[in-house]
Design a protein around this ligand. Structure first.
Ligand code: FUL
Length: 692
């Protein structure tokens, strides 16, 4: 009898409990596909094509398709590497701006069929889509509408040709989880630009792949987050206003793409695309410049840790393989992420909230520490603030807090803070703005028994899915290598009492390498590799490489007339200072020039241009000509009407080789256009030369 009574009582409690309805969705919400997509978090981008073989970032479409000839292509090796790296998918450049198709397309004459690879019988998309299936990875395709090869580009027929091309890819290789549309819109082989028919293109995608996420500047599935350096906004809304906007130059500003719009009309979350090397395509010149582990971790925290998915580019080499330098780094990266988030210290502890929706246990704070995304803590509709205390039971070392909103009900939180109990009161650890699907706070290790998370402002009652607490292993900070205008190198480190060792012959520094004790002269340039050792060499930092051209010790700027602001800043070896020209008068925008006296006759094999590194693009040069002279009077053109490919989105140092070595005492860089339309001036962080 007692048992029956208890049963009746419990059922009534449950009935009462079920009366508390969950919160209504707030604002734009993700589709089920977008939620699944967001949960993928991290996947691989592969740039591969003729550029891999020609050292270019943007091919012109006039390259001989025979240059595409990987000697040992193995798509299974790519998939195996991605899988071992913890990635969930691979997106490949099926067609980049040069128009070259990695499959034998019926709609182009610039494809693998015309290449030397497998005597024209190969199909990279077939091999990769099969390998992805074998390794349980999703498969995605990048197709550039901009086509510098197709003769119809720039004419109305091209839109249908591009739609047919898309149709071919999306109906031939099984499921495609993401269709990547590049917004770049430049000239075709006929010098014309295309008006793209995006409605037509989107229709083709959804016809064959109704579940695909479409990436573009403005979605609709996910959006570009405004830069190619891996840094999403600290504030990052997954909602965006796109009415009235388009792709490329018609897109919202990069600043808006970086942060999204609070209360934006559509759910278009950020995808963070960044390359593991300085450029998107493979080049043997960058084998030594694979991003360090520390840099990749920083990118992880500013992408996945800021409500964005990380699309990390790993360019396939000329052999058709992922290079060992990249795969080694990917494995180190994977290991560090796994170790950092191995043990959630909140699991099994207690969580108490300031209030719970309808006082109903189904919305209790314990849902925050159950490791399940689908259960959540929330409050009554009228309550938009709240705090949760997680009691760790005893003083515990922590340095990461991970928060997640339950995004199927929308993104709500505008600001929050995290505090730690110091024995007598809560002290602030960090205060931030948005959370979204995932927000990771990184802070120096502290010891505490209780963590308090407070939602300070939200657009509707907060709905949080998880709060997790970790103690990630600390990485030993890396040495920094700097060289001044005179060519004197200094190596510093934040590590206490490090022993820094370095090499100048390209080899890896070991305990037996030269020890750094004082600044030294390295004016002629080359590559220095440094590494910090502690605890008698049982622990060491990463190996940090730095490459230098000839130091601009003897150089001077010629004709530094007034009005031109500090041209010498382009040759001061300090990329933080910028040369900016005066504005052109009237409607004239360009040219602008920089003339440098190298102080001696040199044999040059190329030049370098470092655009401003302050996050702005004002004055960054796009088209240019380059001249040399032995006397400063007669000038010889070396490169005319050339351009720095992709410099606007990826403003890294440009190393431009000459077709043949040039004797020169004077050099002249003439800026012919800026990356920004309507700009009538030019800028540079540094200009340098490459010696033969
Ligand atoms: C950009 C392109 O222009 C680059 O070459 C690269 O493919 C990058 C991912 O997107 O818009």
């Amino acid at each position: 009898m007692k048992k029956i009574l208890l049963f009746v009582l419990l059922s009534t409690v449950r009935l009462v409990a079920q009366k508390t309805a969950p919160p209504a969705p707030y604002g734009a919400v993700p589709s089920p596909q977008q939620v699944q997509w967001q949960q993928m978090e991290y996947y691989m981008f592969i740039h591969f094509g003729p550029n891999t073989f020609t050292n270019k970032e943007w091919g012109h479409g006039d390259e001989d398709p025979k240059v595409f000839n990987p000697t040992r292509l193995d798509a299974r090796q790519w998939a195996r590497t991605a899988k071992a790296a913890g990635m969930k998918a691979i997106i490949i450049t099926a067609k980049h701006h040069d128009g070259f198709c990695l499959w034998p397309s019926k709609f182009s004459k610039h494809t693998v069929r015309e290449s030397a690879w497998k005597n024209g019988q190969g199909d990279v998309l077939r091999e990769l889509s099969n390998a992805c299936k074998e390794y349980g990875l999703k498969f995605g395709v990048y197709l550039s509408p901009w086509d510098r090869n197709h003769p119809a580009y720039g004419t109305p027929e091209y839109n249908q040709i591009f739609a047919n091309t898309l149709n071919e890819v999306l109906s031939s290789y099984g499921d495609v989880f993401e269709q990547w549309f590049d917004g770049a819109n430049g000239e075709g082989p006929n010098g014309k630009r295309q008006e793209y028919d995006w409605n037509l293109f989107r229709g083709v995608v959804f016809k064959h792949q109704p579940k695909a996420i479409i990436f573009s500047d403005i979605g609709p599935g996910c959006r570009w987050m405004g830069n190619e350096s891996g840094i999403a906004g600290e504030t990052n809304w997954s909602t965006l206003n796109t009415d009235g906007f388009g792709m490329g130059s018609a897109a919202p500003s990069t600043q808006v793409l970086n942060t999204g719009n609070e209360n934006g009309k559509y759910w278009i979350p950020a995808e963070v695309d960044v390359s593991i090397r300085p450029g998107w395509f493979y080049s043997p010149d960058t084998d030594d410049r694979v991003k360090t582990l520390t840099h990749l971790m920083k990118i992880y925290y500013s992408s996945v840790g800021r409500n964005g998915n990380l699309l990390l580019n790993v360019p396939v080499s000329r052999e058709g393989l992922i290079h060992p330098n990249d795969s080694t780094r990917l494995m180190e990266f994977r290991k560090t992420v796994v170790e950092s988030f191995k043990t959630n210290l909140a699991i099994g502890k207690t969580a108490t909230a300031s209030s719970v929706r309808g006082k109903d246990t189904q919305f209790a704070a314990s849902n925050l520490i159950d490791g399940k995304f689908d259960s959540y803590w929330t409050t009554d509709d009228a309550i938009r603030q709240g705090s949760i205390v997680i009691d760790l039971g005893k003083p515990t070392e922590i340095n990461r807090v991970v928060l997640q909103e339950y995004i199927p009900l929308g993104q709500r939180v505008k600001s929050f803070k995290v505090e730690a109990w110091n024995g007598s009161q809560f002290v602030l650890v960090d205060q931030q703005t948005t959370i979204g699907y995932k927000r990771i706070l990184v802070f120096p290790t502290l010891k505490t028994a209780k963590v308090r998370v407070s939602i300070l402002e939200a657009n509707a009652c907060p709905v949080l899915s998880e709060i997790a607490i970790y103690k990630a292993p600390e990485l030993l900070s890396n040495p920094e290598i700097a060289r001044n205008k005179q060519g004197v190198v200094t190596i510093s480190s934040e590590v206490a009492d490090p022993i820094i060792r370095y090499t100048t012959d390209g080899s890896e520094p070991t305990l037996a390498s030269t020890r750094y004790t004082a600044p030294f002269n390295y004016a002629k340039g080359g590559t220095i590799k440094a590494r910090a050792f502690i605890k008698n060499g049982t622990e060491s930092s990463e190996i940090i490489p730095a490459s230098f051209d000839l130091a601009p010790e003897k150089w001077s700027v010629v004709g530094e007339e007034s009005g031109r602001s500090l041209a010498s800043r382009a040759i001061d070896s300090n990329p933080r200072t910028i040369w900016q020209t005066a504005r052109q008068e009237g409607s004239k925008k360009h040219p602008h020039e920089l003339v440098i006296d190298l102080g001696e006759n040199l044999n040059l094999k190329g030049f370098t241009y470092t655009p401003r590194q302050d996050g702005q693009s004002g004055g960054t040069i796009y088209q240019y000509s380059f001249f040399v002279s032995e006397n400063g009077k007669e000038w010889k053109p070396v490169l005319e009407n050339s351009s720095f490919a992709n410099i606007k989105n990826n403003p890294v140092k440009q190393e431009i080789p000459f077709a043949s070595p040039q004797k020169a005492r004077f050099i002249k860089l003439v800026a012919l256009s800026s990356v920004n339309e309507n700009e009538n001036w030019a800028s540079a962080a540094e200009v340098g030369v490459l010696l033969n």
